[in-house]
Design a protein around this ligand. Structure first.
Ligand code: SF4
Length: 372
């Protein structure tokens, strides 16, 4: 089984923290769409896996009209081989949502919607540069529910420098009341090249303390577990049976094809990508924006460690021993200190982070990485 990721790089405005590839040149949408169809036509002939999940991300896929989304859906069905039960996810911005738009999405075939809420506080949304307000965020979820979506995910961002634990607790309370099936919650990071990064360097913003980060992470986890969510990946929570199948396939190392500028693919132990260059993409000059690398055994080992330790399932040690016999003993030696510190545990043949360890997973993963 395999997945398709389609990057829709258009945004109405730019959010201050965002480092995804995007453009506000909305007049480029039509040539982009024509090029996307051509890329699908060309690349589908070399991709023989059965498709199990499709994910439209961005950017802002909800800026595409319902006519284009329907055309894209049909075009994908025509060019790829699909399994019987496909997860079709589209990311939407709360202010693009109307009952008519939602009905059209369902009618087209999208069965999962991921709403970029980020916060239920007007002040947070204003500072982040989001287009919607808190009332629109709540109403977006309610409209999706009323329209018939039964698999709704929302995104939240925490660790905001101007905010505090009290405000975050309020956000979590609203999240709990909305009865969604999936929650992705990310700590704000100041990515190089973003307006927020420049403001950090100028001293306008200051990163929150490690103690506050940990406290908010623990609040998040408790609120999600209290509401009945499973914590299945370091930043992702779901009601039973509602894991993101698309993202889970990334974490399991299954193949996927990325389409559109700024997208990534993984197939036959090779990573490839389309550079973020809309001009070349719209000119259908795919060669010029294509990059790829074959993964060495060390790359593949590191990837299994990184992806495994981010998930509740953990790293399958039997598979590590089988596929990477030269690195196995060293791994077991390396993890002993973290096991004593109760940050890692080995259970039923899987190495996984404990609840405390998950917060430290980036550092733990780095310790276990091998160098090429
Ligand atoms: S966060 Fe989303 S909406 Fe905001 S600029 Fe980035 S891609 Fe666009």
């Amino acid at each position: 089984m395999a997945g398709i990721y389609i990057h829709v790089p258009f945004c109405f405005t730019r959010c201050g923290y965002c480092d995804f590839y995007k453009t506000t040149r909305l007049n480029q949408m039509k040539p982009y769409f024509e090029s996307l169809k051509e890329e699908i036509r060309q690349r589908s002939s070399h991709f023989c896996e059965k498709i199990d999940t499709v994910y439209l991300g961005g950017g802002t896929p909800s800026l595409l009209s319902v006519e284009l989304l329907s055309e894209l859906y049909d075009w994908l069905l025509k060019h790829f081989d699909f399994s019987d039960n496909v997860e079709w996810t589209i990311e939407v911005n709360p202010d693009d949502i109307t009952p008519a738009f939602l009905h059209s999405l369902l009618y087209t075939g999208f069965n999962r919607i991921s709403i970029g809420i980020q916060s239920f506080k007007d002040e947070d949304l204003r500072q982040m540069g989001r287009r919607h307000n808190a009332a629109q965020a709540v109403s977006a979820v309610e409209l999706a529910q009323k329209s018939g979506f039964r698999n709704i995910s929302i995104d939240l961002i925490y660790g905001l420098p101007w905010s505090n634990e009290v405000a975050f607790a309020d956000n979590l309370k609203t999240m709990q009341e909305l009865n969604v099936q999936h929650l992705s919650a990310y700590h704000l990071t100041f990515e190089s090249g973003t307006p927020f990064y420049a403001l950090l360097k100028k001293g306008f913003y200051k990163e929150i303390s490690d103690e506050s980060s940990l406290m908010q992470y623990q609040m998040l986890r408790k609120a999600a577990l209290d509401a009945g969510f499973e914590h299945y990946e370091v930043s992702n929570f779901c009601m039973p049976g509602f894991k993101s199948r698309h993202n889970s396939s990334y974490w399991k190392g299954e193949p996927y094809i990325g389409l559109g500028p700024g997208s990534h693919s993984f197939y036959n132990n090779t990573r490839s990508w389309n550079k973020g260059n809309l001009g070349l993409y719209n000119a259908k000059n795919y060669e010029a924006i294509h990059g790829q690398e074959s993964l060495t055994p060390i790359d593949r080992f590191n990837e299994r460690i990184m992806l495994g330790l981010r998930t509740a399932e953990g790293v399958n040690l039997t598979q590590i021993k089988l596929n990477f016999p030269d690195y196995f003993d060293n791994l077991i030696r390396q993890v002993q200190i973290r096991i004593q510190q109760k940050h890692l545990v080995i259970e039923d043949g899987f190495l996984r982070c404990t609840a405390d360890g998950w917060f430290l997973s980036d550092a733990i993963i780095e310790e276990l990485f091998l160098v090429n």
